[in-house]
Every structure is written in C-alpha cells, then in structure tokens.
Design a protein around this ligand. Structure first.
Ligand code: UTP
Length: 465
C-alpha cells in the first residue's frame, strides 16, 4: 500500500505526508490512506498553482451600484407589503419552502467547546440557537399548514455532536421525516511551499470547505432531490449563529417570488461607509459581493441621492434561492471559486514535533455561497433593519460586539418591541422572550396578546400546542 501511495503523492510533491508511515499501526495506516484517497490532489494542485483570485478592480468598484432593492420604504408601504406577504403566504401554504441552516463552522472566535448551535442564547429560557431555529421553522409550517423541511449542514468537526444533540432533543418536536442533517466537505491547508500539513503523524490537516460547501453538500446528500420530491421551490438559507434570522418571512419570500429572482439576499443599510460587512453590489449587470477589505475607500464613500451612501447594502448572509437555480448551478463544478485565507494551523513538523504557530503559517481554501450571485437571474436585495433580523454570535467576551450578551439583549429587545407594538406594557428593565412557537413575528404577536396586557417581570412565553 505504501508504494502505491508514494507514487501518487510524489506526482504532486506531497510524499512528505508518509514520513511517519512506518511508525503507524495498521489502523492508523488505513485511516491515513483513506484520507489521502479522499483528497482531490488535482484540485489542490491547481489551487496551489493559481495566483490568488483577483477581486474586483478599483475601477469596477467605482462604477458599482446597489442591485435592484426592496427597501424598508417598500416594507412600510402597506400596498406593496401586503401584496408581497400574500404571495409568500401562499407559497408557504403550498409547501414550496424549505430551510437550509449552515452550521459547519468551527466557531473558533467564540471558544465554545461544542458546536455553536448548542450555545444557550434564550435571554430568559436559555434555549439553544438550534431550538430557536427549529421552532421558527415549525412555526411557519404550523402557521400555513404545510411542512417546511429543514436541512442542517454540519462538518466533520461538528457532525456527530450536532446529530446526537438534535436527536436527544427529538428535533424540538419537528417531524423527523422533515429533517435532514448533512455533512459538508473538507479541504487541506498548505504551507508557504505548497505542502499539505500533517495535523498528526497519521492525519492530514483538513478543515470545512466554507459555507459555499452547501451547494455540493445539498446535492451529494440527496437533500436537493428530497426537496424537489416534496414540491419545494425555494430554499431559505440562514446561518446558525444568527437567532434573529427571519426564517421564511412571508414578505421577504413574496418579494423574491414577485421579482422572479433566482437568489435574493437580505441586507442591512451600512451605518459607516467602511463598515466591516460584505457589500452587495452590481457591476456591469452582475450582482456580486465585494468584501469590505477589497472595497477601495473612495468607492465606499461615494454618495448618491440626498447625500446617502451609494453602496449601502451590507450582506448578512441570509438568502432565498430558487431550487432550480441551485440544481443548475450544482452541475457546473467551477461555479464557486475557492478563496484563500491565511490562518494559524498547528502541525507536526519533519521531526515529528507538534508546532503551534504564533503567526499565520498556512493557506486554507474555502468556497463562499454568495459567489452564486453573479449567476443568478433577476437577483435582488431586500433590506432589513439589523435590530429586526441580524445579530450574530461570533465572539467571546470581552469583545465589543457579537457576544452572547449582545445576542441575548437583541432577542429580548426585539420581542419587547413586538409586544409594545401590540399594545402590551413591558416594564422597563424587564426581559421578555417569545418562543417562535408562541409568536414568530410582530404580526402573530399582535394576534396573541390583548392590548393593555402588562408584563412586569422577566417572562418566557414557551412553545404552545
Ligand atoms: P463564520 O465564517 O463566521 O465562521 O461562519 P464560524 O465558524 O461561525 O466562526 P469562526 O470564524 O471560526 O470564529 C458563518 C456561518 O457559516 C457557517 C458557520 O457555521 C456559520 O453559521 N460555516 C462556515 C459553515 O457552515 N461551513 C464553513 O465551512 C464555514
């Protein structure tokens, strides 16, 4: 077996991966051989040879515009909103929606020892991110009387524990036939000489291949097919770390359908020209994201009508996809390019010693789901107020933003606003939390509570029958 592997690896200049082969026991040898077998060395070699993909040029950025947008003004215009919401509600009632929740990231900044979705964030209930997402999906299914299948993407580092957790909690009450958990692929990392790194003597370092791995993952796992068989036409995409995500919001879905859009991205209005979010823009008729690090400041500061920022649309990684568009895209392997990221990757050196680098020492390769935007016909963006739809859990304290404390406060504040709008009096300083199965949005909150109700202590309105 060793000779065969050596021959294969030598072709790619990667035979150092067998350096410790003779020290390994048969099980370890088998697992290393299996790992080598699973790596697409042609692909890795082509990425090593290729120069880093060039982002958009400065000239392109200067002539970029925001794509066709549904703004908060449209949402506030009752005729526009009601028409869109009616379309979305009908699609939900027809069973045309499914949810894909991406949860394959390793949450390295958060420093939580379990998959991020298990993190307790309910401000009063302490329920997990997963429970909130599952209940939102079930709430929409219940509200419109048709199933909304749920596809959860994990990765090798998060798969087992996530599966066990969700099973232990019986998918929070969701019909197991409507839940699929699929594992995304991985990619090796290379050092500055283009050599793959060993995580251990018997193991090549690999990491999840980015949220762009969703596309191949959905296809390979059969989830896209499953959705197609159930009559699903649109996939709502969200990230596990954003508990405010407006899963299958009828108006958002309705605007997507009304626009005949193959991919709709929900965005926030940037409050700072150089805010650290991806910019959703359109250049020469193609919608794309320019990362904040690639957007020249001169372009970022351009203003348009009334002195407002020209490139105002910041991505929050919430999308609605046309199912047929995903099916077509999956047939074109090259659709999603790999991006490079310099990272600190612990490895085993030639002498067999474990090294924990203090500086980035390796390049990781990741695909991004938003790279589908330029291929989507009629792509639009839909604005949302961040307070209503986006607060991600990324960091451990004492980080100034995106910590557990921020997320808990954001949930309680949002629910307080829904209640206040419904005429409920919430005493100052009191925390309130609505299970999505109790009230999934402002509209349902209004139906659930009598005006004049008073809430004077921290309260969780839990799931109801
Ligand atoms: P992030 O890039 O913020 O990564 O992922 P992360 O794992 O949450 O946190 P850090 O950067 O390691 O601290 C954004 C979303 O995309 C998912 C994550 O689970 C998260 O929901 N994701 C990311 C994947 O599903 N797979 C990946 O390979 C990368």
């Amino acid at each position: 077996m060793k000779t065969q592997l050596e021959t294969k690896l030598a072709q790619y200049g990667q035979d150092h991966l067998l350096k410790f082969w003779d020290e390994l026991d048969p099980d370890q040898q088998t697992q290393l051989a299996a790992q080598i077998d699973a790596i697409d060395f042609d692909l890795v070699q082509s990425l090593i040879n290729k120069k880093a993909a060039e982002g958009s040029s400065d000239a392109e950025a200067m002539r970029a515009e925001v794509p066709p947008a549904i703004t908060l003004d449209d949402f506030a215009d009752s005729a526009s909103y009601d028409a869109a919401a009616a379309i979305g509600k009908q699609a939900l009632a027809n069973g045309e929606l499914a949810m894909v929740l991406v949860a394959g990231g390793q949450g390295s900044r958060l420093g939580f020892e379990h998959p991020k979705g298990m993190y307790p964030v309910g401000p009063v209930s302490d329920v997990s991110l997963y429970q909130i997402h599952f209940e939102k999906v079930m709430a929409r299914a219940k509200q419109f009387g048709a199933p909304v299948p749920m596809y959860v993407m994990t990765s090798p580092p998060t798969h087992e524990e996530t599966t066990a957790f969700l099973k232990e909690h019986k998918f929070f009450g969701m019909n197991p036939d409507h839940v699929r958990i699929f594992c995304q692929g991985v990619m090796p990392a290379v050092d500055d000489d283009g050599k793959l790194l060993l995580a251990d003597k018997d193991r090549i370092f690999v990491s999840p291949n980015g949220h762009g791995g969703t596309l191949a993952g959905l296809v390979d796992s059969g989830c896209l097919q499953h959705a197609r068989e159930l009559g699903v036409k649109h996939l709502f995409y969200g990230q596990v770390d954003n508990p405010l995500v407006q899963i299958c919001d009828p108006a958002l879905v309705g605007y997507h359908i009304q626009s005949n859009s193959q991919m709709t991205s929900q965005v926030v209005r940037k409050n700072d020209p150089v805010q650290k979010v991806g910019n959703v823009v359109e250049v020469d008729g193609k919608v794309q994201i320019i990362e904040y690090s690639d957007l020249p400041e001169a372009a970022a500061r351009l203003t348009g009508d009334g002195g407002n920022l020209k490139l105002w649309a910041g991505s929050i990684a919430v999308h609605v996809f046309d199912l047929a568009f995903l099916e077509q895209s999956s047939g074109q392997a090259e659709t999603l390019p790999f991006h490079r990221a310099r990272k600190k990757v612990p490895f085993v050196d030639d002498a067999g010693a474990a090294v924990s680098p203090e500086q980035p020492n390796a390049t990781k390769f990741e695909r991004f789901i938003f790279d589908l935007l330029p291929f989507a016909k009629n792509a639009i963006v839909c604005e949302v107020d961040a307070n209503d739809g986006f607060c991600a859990l990324k960091n451990a304290p004492p980080a100034p933003s995106e910590t557990e404390a921020h997320v808990r406060a954001a949930i309680s504040d949002l629910h307080t606003r829904w209640l206040t709008a419904a005429g409920v009096e919430v005493a100052a300083g009191v925390k309130v939390e609505l299970s999505p199965l109790y009230a999934v949005d402002a509209e349902v909150t209004k139906e659930r509570f009598a005006a004049g109700t008073k809430i004077s202590e921290d309260t969780y309105f839990g799931p109801t029958e």
